[in-house]
Design a protein around this ligand. Structure first.
Ligand SMILES: [Zn+2]
Length: 294
């Protein structure tokens, strides 16, 4: 058995528990299946919820470029659009290297902000390089002793696609919210990502078709508006509201000017379509959703 086959053993849908799924794409040897019961797409890769190995090998210049520079536009647009300047309390889950917490420190200094992260290498970076010693915490938010009903906004940037069982975390986060609070979720949008992956695989040189298109070893869930709505309802939230925000300004890790300009053009087009269709047609690469308690 190859190393990939040993880890690509999951056949159970992470949303409904169904075990009948049709393979819709194979990414780096890992099958992605669409559940026959609920139509959610999930990866065959087995990864525990508490996986903490990211950044074990250290933080590279490319990591910083991606998580700081490429994310800056969307972090700032979110902060300026959604978070009132006069203060509040925000919790950032899976805060990684700490760059969103840093954005909050700089643009919303009146807010109380706490980031939680399981990867020790990332927390070291946030503490030593960004000086966020009091703001970024190593460990699970469930064990942080936050008083229920005290948080205005919880953010999950690029997190829920990594968790095989996001339900217990979302249910816990719901209890932390004030009555008018919400959880903000950013995650790749499956309809766009599968179209892009199929196009890239078709155009790839012979023997290169199986490169990393959909991050199947990290992104064990591939959400659509439909499946993210189901997850929200399952966890005691109302139907989410979706929005189109600025993209992460990188394409497959590349920040070439042409790639960034193409992505900004796509953003303007998808935002126009979203507004013109009365919030029905969404062609964005990324889902941005607000989840409010039911
Ligand atoms: Zn299912």
């Amino acid at each position: 058995m190859t190393a990939i086959a040993e880890r690509a053993t999951n056949t159970t849908c992470h949303l409904c528990g169904g075990t009948e799924g049709k393979v819709v794409f194979v990414d780096q040897g890992v099958p992605l299946r669409r559940c026959a019961s609920c139509r959610h797409v999930y990866s065959g890769w087995s990864q525990p919820d508490d996986y903490d190995g990211y950044w074990d090998q250290g933080v590279t210049a490319a990591d910083v470029d991606f998580w700081d520079v490429a994310h800056r536009a969307v972090f700032e647009e979110f902060t300026d659009t959604y978070l009132p300047a006069d203060g509040g309390r925000l919790v950032d889950i899976g805060c990684g290297l700490g760059y969103f917490v840093q954005t909050m420190r700089q643009r919303r200094p009146t807010w109380q902000v706490d980031g939680y992260e399981l990867a020790p290498g990332a927390v070291r970076w946030a503490h030593d390089e960004l000086g966020l010693v009091d703001d970024v915490h190593l460990g699970r938010v469930e064990e942080a002793g936050i008083e229920p009903g005290t948080v205005d906004v919880v953010t999950l940037w690029d997190v829920i696609e990594h968790l095989p069982t996001p339900q217990p975390l979302l249910e816990h986060l719901r209890t932390l919210l004030r009555p008018d609070g919400y959880v903000f979720v950013q995650t790749p949008s499956w309809p766009f990502q599968i179209a892009r992956a199929r196009t890239a695989a078709t155009l790839a040189r012979k023997g290169r078709e199986d490169r990393n298109h959909l991050y199947a070893k990290d992104h064990v869930n591939q959400f659509s508006r439909r499946s993210l709505t189901r997850l929200a309802l399952d966890c005691g939230f109302r139907e989410p509201t979706f929005e189109v925000l600025k993209p992460v300004l990188a394409v497959d890790g590349s920040r070439s000017t042409a790639a960034v300009q193409a992505k900004l053009g796509l953003y303007r087009a998808t935002r126009t379509l979203w507004k013109a269709s009365g919030h029905r047609l969404m062609a964005n690469p990324t889902l941005f959703a607000q989840l409010r308690p039911a």
